[in-house]
Design a protein around this ligand. Sequence first.
Ligand code: SF4
Ligand code: SF4
Length: 325
Amino acid sequence: MKNLIIECAKRYDADLVGFAPASRFDKEDPIFKIFPQTKTVIGLGFRVLRGIYRGIEEGTTYYQYTTMAVENLEETVMPLALINVANLVEEEGFDAIPQRKSPLILNEEGTTNPEVDYTDVIHGVKVENQIDFLNCAVQCGLGEKSMIGSLLTKDYGPFIRYCFILTDAEIEPTPLFTEKLCDGCGECIKACPGGAISSEGELDTWRCAVYYNGANGSKNPFMPPEAFADFVDRMEIINGTAQFDVEKAKEILNNIYFYPPAKHSYRASICGRACDRACYIHLEQKGVLGKSFNKKFRENEDWKLSTTQFETGKREKEWEFSNKT
Ligand code: SF4
Ligand code: SF4
């Protein structure tokens, strides 16, 4: 059955397939609360096309990342693979419980998900309603947990999304991924336009939400000159250096939407996951990625727009893509 599952998953666009035996999980793990008979967790990994990041990398097109890398992968491609692999497992007489991540249910109190509107997020739902997706990916041998809590895979680095199936079928396990890709270089931390990741690699999800959604004026071509007019520290917000608590993060977010969301309410990513792009560039430069391309992902200095227009309140001529600095 293992080979049939791999073949089916790949036919439905999974790039990585891994199998974790129940013995790799703590007895209290949510997988056993959801399905106590779990014998195997089947992990499916889907690459985020390098070209989808290209638009934000170049500052030329923004919608593609949100719709193709987040919305369509999560809402179309991944469910299709999940349902087909689950059907196959059930055809063989075993139960198959698909596990898609809800972007709106968060286990940790006081956090948010930058990919969605914070007002839609719900906390306090019992933890067993959501498995630990990152841990499952690691236990399925899909990759390594980096110092900032992203999944790093051999072929695609951090450009990956994943989902799972719990089953009572016993399937030969995939070895754990033992290569050390994350070397603690800190490029991801430096790349964030809002300083949302601490030097220890801890993510402030509210800061991330504010800057994922585009609060840094030097990296947001859609921000009007009068942005954040009611904020006394508007230039600090725009420069990515403002200090704020959760309530103020919400206020900033209420004033930030200069670009429409995608159909399933995913917020447009304006930072374009700069942290992941920087990581990918670093891994590519080190030559540790399994999949190579004819050209490097980034060949020149990263671009940055002048923020003078926010001081003058007038859109300047230089505020053109062709004049990015
Ligand atoms: S850029 Fe990548 S390799 Fe470097 S510290 Fe961050 S996650 Fe690790
Ligand atoms: S680069 Fe974007 S996604 Fe990464 S931590 Fe910063 S705001 Fe969040």
